[in-house]
Design a protein around this ligand. Sequence first.
Ligand code: RFL
Ligand code: PHB
Length: 396
Amino acid sequence: MERKAEAKMRTQVGIIGAGPAGLMLARLLHLAGISSIIIENRSEDYIYGRIRAGLLEHWATDLLTDAGVGARMAQEGVVHWGNYLGINGELHRLDFKKLVDKRMTIYGQQEVVKDLVAQRRADGGPLLFEVDNVSVHEVTSERPQIRFTHDGKQQVIDCDFIAGCDGFHGICRPTFPADVLKVFEREYPFGWVGVLTESPPPDHELIYCYTDSGFALYTMRSLTVSRLYLQCDHDDDIANWSDDRIWQELHARLGSARKLQEGKILQKSITPMRSFVAEPMRYGRLLLAGDSAHIVPPTGAKGMNLAFSDVLYMSRALEAFYKQKNTERLEGYSATCLKRVWKAQRFSWWMTQILHRFPDETAFDRRRQLAELDYLTSSEAASTSLVEQYVGLPLE
Ligand code: RFL
Ligand code: PHB
């Protein structure tokens, strides 16, 4: 029998990447009766092992619930009605309930991803792991294509639209012509050492600490597993951070207002800090979402939340296209997303610059940061402004 050189598939939306953006998009499209195929270049185990975001904005938890994937989050997530700003050891609580009547929820990104994969399987939709050599074609036509190899076979997906949900290092954004794509970028002169520990967090709410030795953040994955971060040098090596040094710095930067219990360090790594936006987020029928289009420094906890707002806008635009033959939302997709993205960028940059030590800072800069933190913790107007952005601005 003659072997076919390539297998062809057909769907309405071809989704590249099974992170929070791609998986949530597939679920929202399924609910709207729109077909999709997801392809992912990593293995299923790998995506469950990747420790990343943990904090969901108020509306994002509602989105998970409304999309029918919030049951485990409701059981296992940790709900917060406030958090703390530590200023050289003194803690000030920001009361979300009183200031904006909204909450944040701690629920690990890998758990969100596991729940969305389980739902995808229940929906019966294709989800292919460990694909290779992914490329996109004819994106300015009405029949774009995705080509890739899977199990050693060449495959082609014919689709109406391609969703580039393939993260910062993905292949979609680089296919935009150079004269179309504009990039806005800022690197920060420091990174974060992040550790996952088998020990309770020092408080059941998050503590963001400004100190003379640099920034520290005390967050969690549950009330028995902590996620702790320390500002480190830009080119630092994790080999410079022994467990002893990590605990010593964590104790020192927290101060005496809370007790930090030590436990086994399960994982440690260094995260670089970057702000990045690519414009526009659509080229023809290729639409970018999440980290493939933008990166924020983690200080504002916005990355996964922005991935969700992008795909919510994308699913609404595609629904209007298929159900009402209306292309207005598709045409406005990039502008709608970018409006929210830039506000989150500004907030993440601002949180980063008030809380960290900078190598080129002056004594003036330190006094200015302290005055800003004093203002934030003593003025209801200033703390309301911080909190309304932190819990998530209203959607368009
Ligand atoms: P992802 O999660 O990177 O998923 C992209 C997927 O695409 C796959 N891929 C490809 N698949 C097929 N073909 C190719 N050629 C492909 N190339 C790549 C990848 O394997 C991957 O599975 O992007 P997505 O979906 O846009 O989601 C974005 C979030 O992952 C990210 O913004 C957050 O993790 C950022 N972030 C945080 N966000 C929050 O909202 N709240 C937080 O508390 C928060 N904390 C964090 C964070 C990120 C951190 N790091 C490590 C950068 C804390 C840290 C330390
Ligand atoms: C996290 O829980 O990993 C986390 C929370 C808040 C941030 C960043 C990371 O600002």
